[in-house]
Design a protein around this ligand. Structure first.
Ligand code: C6P
Length: 404
């Protein structure tokens, strides 16, 4: 597929192409999303739930329709979709509102050293607040979390399993969440999936996955920034306390106490990110038209091709799975700082990320301070890999020439 024409930022008016290889950080936005945002602000903008006039009713209908689109995208029911500001807020919501109420000293929170800080630090804080203990899935020789290792690490004391389905650094093939959820539920544990790098890139059926919570970000799936989702199983949302208190989440307020609405409204106090949710709905429409099985196959092919091309460059180390990966490839050039690599590639019109990718414990496990990371999405093509491989080769030659 070549979708570049749908993404204004990727092609300049003069026809110059940008090789954008940082979709794991944030994805570019198609015309459909941009036009939907523009249309909303020009024609439908009003606060939701509050007004009785027809403009407000239109805004409310568009907002709730966006919830239905997101629900259908992940095969959930609309009342299981809570709008948040992103994956980080979604994980924090569970760590604050559910975990602090449920955890006791000695309980175990099973996570891993390969997690993004957003799915590690909230659990460190929850453990500190409750006396629960963090336990870590042992990583395999490629520093990957495997489904088998997760299953083996679940104990009768495990109360929460909190793992990324796909790593933002290593691009492993998705964990088998259904098997993990089965094993966790057998010991009475709940499962929260960090879907930041999986939901945008593969077909998702949250009910088939069996997880209790799934967190993801709109901006990584071609939607706007400032919008994310916490999917919660209906039974979990019924018992979980609200985490934001204020307007529109209440059913009755007295001077001294209040009662709250049912999910999802009880979790969405205050004016929600209305335009962003509607923009995310448009992103779901766009991705569904592409077909998520096709998107996954495309991203996987590019990730695997890029890894094998980069491995052939002398002096390049590629991290992650030796076979089979999603569209995320982290690598380093011998004796060249990752930031220098990213700067050199930028001069050739190639955008990659360099750094610890908010995964400092994983960097320690890999024995490096940082990596360069190229990440792919539906709008990337094999030509982008050619440019990346040539860019890496010339960067290597330049630095080694300078060094000698
Ligand atoms: N990773 C990256 O370049 P937010 O920032 O809330 O939208 O997403 C946080 C997050 C959580 N989990 C995983 C696996 C992630 O990849 C991210 C975001 C970006 O890798 C920015 S650090």
């Amino acid at each position: 597929m070549d979708l570049r024409q749908d993404f204004p930022l990727l092609v300049t008016p003069e026809g110059k192409q940008l090789t954008y290889l940082d979709s794991a950080a944030t994805a570019q936005k198609p015309e459909l999303v941009l036009q939907t945002l523009d249309h909303y602000y020009r024609h439908d903008n009003a606060n939701v739930y509050r007004g009785v006039y027809s403009l407000a009713a239109r805004a409310t209908a568009a907002f709730e329709q966006a919830r239905e689109k997101v629900a259908s995208f992940i095969h959930a029911e609309p009342d299981e979709v809570i709008f948040t500001s992103g994956t980080t807020e979604s994980v924090n919501a569970v760590a604050w509102a559910w975990a602090r109420a449920e955890l006791k000293p000695g309980d175990e929170i099973l996570t891993s050293e390969a997690e993004h800080h957003s799915n590690l630090v909230p659990w460190q804080e929850a453990a500190r607040a409750t006396g629960a203990k963090l336990t870590f899935v042992p990583l395999d020789e490629d520093k990957l979390v495997t489904t088998e290792a997760v299953l083996a690490a679940i104990t009768p004391r495990t109360k929460i399993v909190a793992l990324a389905q796909v790593s933002n650094v290593l691009g492993n093939l998705p964990l088998n969440v259904a098997a993990i959820s089965d094993a966790a539920h057998r010991v009475g544990a709940v499962v929260i999936v960090d879907g930041a790098q999986s939901v945008p890139h593969m077909p998702i059926d949250v009910h088939a996955m069996g997880a209790d919570f799934v967190a993801f970000s709109g901006h990584k799936m071609m939607g706007p920034t400032g919008i994310g989702v916490l999917y919660g199983r209906r039974q979990m949302l019924a018992v979980m306390a609200p985490f934001h208190f204020g307007g529109e989440m209440i059913s009755h307020v007295d001077a001294e106490s209040s009662t709250y609405k049912d999910a999802p409204q009880k979790f969405e106090g205050g004016t929600p990110p209305i335009a962003q949710a509607i923009g995310l709905g448009a992103a779901c429409d766009y991705l569904e038209r592409l077909d998520m099985s096709e998107v996954m196959a495309h991203d996987r092919t590019l990730g695997e091709q890029a890894a094998s091309r980069l491995r052939r460059v002398p002096g390049v180390t590629v991290y992650g799975p030796s076979e089979g990966r999603m569209g995320v490839v982290s690598f380093n050039l011998e004796d060249v700082h990752p930031h220098d690599v990213a700067t050199a590639l930028d001069q050739q019109g190639i955008c990659v990320r360099a750094g610890h990718h908010c995964c400092q414990p994983l960097m320690r496990q890999l024995g490096v301070a940082a990596t360069v990371r190229a990440s792919f999405y539906a709008y990337n093509t094999e030509a982008d890999i050619d440019k990346l491989a040539a860019g890496v080769m010339s960067t290597m030659e330049f630095f080694h020439h300078v060094a000698h």
